[in-house]
Design a protein around this ligand. Structure first.
Ligand SMILES: [Zn+2]
Length: 277
């Protein structure tokens, strides 16, 4: 099984799905229930956007689950309490690590510990080498190639969110999420006019859309977005209740309509030049 798929495109648009992986590697060796762990997946996000490569849109996808290694974290966001030995590189204890949601997760969204053992320094290194580096290298290459071809890149970092935040999921437990949340890290990873355009587009389809709250975008858009160099990265969170049963993880009748909406959105983005907004 491959850890990461990268399908370079021919247009200025690049999409990536870091959290939809459902392949649990053999060396994961977690203690908590798989069913509980699976609730952390952005299940089916890869299928919602599977039209992208056919339109010449660049595509990067993780096949491993985010609970194994979260590529939407920086390498310094490592929870040292998980390890059986000293970690040689610098680390920082940010809010995600405190929630148990660092580069390697300590707790599920419900606050259940993932492991009943310590992880070896070597095994965490292996996860980083197999997952984190290939993912970010593929995405960086595709974004750079799009800028070279077209003078700009619009990168949509695709996620889904639970309808209600669980106790250890975010800093706002119990919050009822809107239909979409767009994150540009307070206007720093994409031109704010592009963020507004996308929000207005989705609102015009009858959806509730918030910007930068409660999700403002994390490591992926921070790393790959730089609007002054025409690299525009937006994080797009879709509410899971729009397309699946959150208990069984099965898609429901809303899936097709949402996919059509996302297809229209991508077509509109392909016709848009952020330099002219
Ligand atoms: Zn996600």
């Amino acid at each position: 099984m491959r850890y990461v798929t990268s399908r370079p495109g021919t247009t200025p648009l690049v999409l990536d799905s870091p959290h939809s992986g459902t392949w649990y590697p053999d060396d994961f060796d977690h203690a908590c229930d798989l069913a509980v762990l699976r609730r952390a997946e952005d299940t089916h996000v890869d299928k919602l956007y599977d039209f992208a490569p056919g339109l010449g849109v660049g595509w990067v996808e993780a096949h491993f689950p985010r609970s194994y290694l979260d590529v939407n974290r920086s390498l310094s966001e490592l929870d040292l309490t998980l390890l059986d030995g000293p970690w040689p590189d610098p680390v920082e204890e940010g809010p995600k690590v405190r929630l148990g949601k660092g580069l390697v997760w300590r707790l599920t969204d419900e606050g259940v510990p993932l492991y009943d053992r310590k992880l070896s320094v070597q095994e965490v290194r292996r996860r980083i080498e197999r997952c984190w580096y290939p993912y970010h290298e593929a995405l960086a290459q595709q974004v750079q190639a799009a800028v070279q071809r077209h003078g700009y890149c619009i990168h949509i970092n695709c996620h889904s969110m639970p309808s209600v935040a669980a106790s250890h999921a975010t800093e706002y437990p119990g919050m009822e999420h809107p239909d979409f949340v767009i994150g540009d890290r307070d206007g720093t990873t994409a031109h704010p006019r592009l963020t507004r355009w996308l929000a207005e587009y989705l609102r015009a389809q009858g959806h509730r859309v918030d910007i930068n709250h409660p999700y403002k975008g994390v490591e992926i858009v921070r790393r790959h977005g730089l609007p002054s160099q025409q690299r525009h990265s937006l994080q797009l969170e879709v509410n899971r209740r729009l397309y699946m049963d959150e208990r069984t993880l099965q898609p429901h009748e809303g899936f097709g309509a949402l996919k059509l909406l996302l297809l229209d959105m991508v077509r509109e983005l392909l016709a848009l030049d952020p330099r002219c907004l």
